[in-house]
Structures are given as structure tokens and as C-alpha cells.
Design a protein. Sequence first.
Length: 161
Amino acid sequence: MNTSPDYELLKDAYAIIDGIPETAIALGSLQTAKGESLAQGTICSPAGWLAQHPRFTALGLSLSNDGMRLRYQDESVPSGAEAQIMARIFSLQPTEADYLFGNRETYSLGDDSGLSDKRLWLREVREFLQRRGQLDKEFEERLETRMPFAEPVNPAEIRAL
């Protein structure tokens, strides 16, 4: 039985979350807000977003209709306990899953890092992969093009004082 983490699936998760806007990711709750559509007004944690992505729904991961529970096959856990399910999906140790999918205070940088929730999560996943020698050159090059902080504000959206 293979007990090592599914690094390729974790890289897929990284790429999925990297493609979601900064403002649509909030650590702490599976689903903070449900908009008219996923692209309009929905705010989720990384686990909440993954539970709605076809790659992960095909594995049996889903989010309850009210966004308060994460489901995986025969298991269902409330928001705040999603690390249990994510450990099973990614073949992670419970402490590793809690580190990657727990609330913001779980991360090494804490709330005073200046990073958005999205960038904080991406950084922690990248460091997790790096510590285990799982960052290949192609993946590293894609990561090097990204800044660790929120994307710059669109100047057209700034109002003059």
C-alpha cells in the first residue's frame, strides 16, 4: 500500500487555486459567500473550491448545498474539520492535512504576513512540495512568474480622492 502523499494531485490543486481570483478565497470556512454563480460572488476556502472542481468531484469530493459540510464518499465533516477528508484525498498525514487545509492561524506566517489568503495557501503548498523534493523544473518556472502578494490593483478601478 502506497502511503506517500499524492504530490501530483496536490500540484493539480495548486494550479486550480492559483486560477481563482484573490478575492474569492478566504481561509477559515468552506464557503463564506455563495454568489449567483461560482464566478460571481462565491467565496470559499481552498478545500471548498476543490470540492466544486470537476477534477475533485470525479474523485467523490463535494460540498453540501448550504456550503457548510465537506463530503467525500461515505464521510461528511463540518466546516473547520475538512483536514480529515483532505488527508484521505491527498494521502496526507493528519498533521500535514491540518497544516495545508486548516484555518489561517495554522500556517507558519500567521495573520500578520501581509499575504492574501490565496497567496498564503499557495506559498505553504509550494514550501510543502519543496521540502519533499517534489518541485520539478517546469512547475518551479511557472511558480517563479508569480508574486507572493495579491495581484496589483487595476488603475482604472481606483477612484481619485
